[in-house]
Design a protein around this ligand. Structure first.
Ligand code: MN
Length: 254
């Protein structure tokens, strides 16, 4: 039986854990290893300046989970570097509360945990539900287990992870699955300046949640049209087109 590492960036109290754990348990042996608190938008972190602690805790459903004070990506590293007696064959990160589309992937702790799995040479998928409020992870969990089953058979090329986003609508309204490219988010962040009780300024990056450019074939388009989006991502961010072009720039030593 294959061994699936289940992590997330919403922490041990995420309501998606028991639902996804149960769905994945039909596909393989599941180990839950998650941060002890919420790391949303923590990006790809390697904790180097404080000790990492690991605790084994019992979840409400009676199953055991590992937690760490480290980031989602630290949890994957800890699991791979020896905390688990049996190494995982695949990493699932999620189900995140809130979509991870377009440039979100560069902020996302959910995606970063999957990237960490890829760095360790494992196939990995990041899964997000397009809602901060919905508590219904059942369809997203079922789809994730279905996709994991396919990946365990077919594998993924080295350096590749899948970024999955599921619309938060009743399952009969989901129109299908689209293999997508990354779209373009439009962030409407504003700088909020306030004063702390000692009279000093502090700042908060606030504003409305991001929207996005609705362009067919993108993850943003898929979600806007009630499709599940599956975006293959490569860890190699080299711009090969510009690389070739830049060789003609004559950037020499001065
Ligand atoms: Mn999150």
């Amino acid at each position: 039986m294959k061994h699936i590492l289940l992590t997330n960036d919403d922490g041990i109290y995420s309501p998606s854990i028991p639902v996804l754990r149960e769905a994945l348990a039909r596909v393989g042996e599941v180990t839950v290893f998650v941060p002890s608190h919420n790391w949303s938008a923590a990006g790809h972190t390697k904790t180097m300046h404080k000790p990492l602690r690991v605790h084994k805790v019992k979840l409400d459903d009676g199953t055991v989970a590992y937690t760490s004070n480290g980031a989602p990506s630290d949890c994957v590293a800890l699991a791979m570097l020896g905390i688990l007696s049996r190494k995982p064959d695949l990493v699932v990160s999620g189900i995140n509360q809130g979509a991870n589309l377009g440039q979100d992937i560069t902020y996302s702790g959910t995606v970063a945990a999957a990237m960490e799995g890829v760095i360790f040479g494992l196939p990995a998928i990041a899964v997000s539900l397009d809602s901060f409020e919905s508590q219904d992870f059942s369809y997203a969990a079922e789809f994730t287990a279905h996709l994991v089953n396919i990946i365990l058979v077919r594998g993924l090329p080295p350096g590749v992870l899948l970024n999955v986003n599921v619309p938060a609508v009743p399952r009969e309204q989901i129109r299908g699955v689209v293999i997508t490219r990354l779209g373009k988010r439009i962030y409407s962040d504003v700088l909020v300046e306030r004063k702390d009780p000692r009279g000093r300024n502090y700042y908060w990056i606030g504003g409305e949640p991001p929207s996005g450019v609705i362009e067919e074939g993108t993850d943003i388009w898929a979600l806007a049209n009630n499709y599940i989006s599956v975006t293959p991502l490569h860890m190699d961010m080299t711009d090969y087109r510009l690389l070739r072009e830049m060789k003609k720039w004559g950037i020499g030593k001065r």
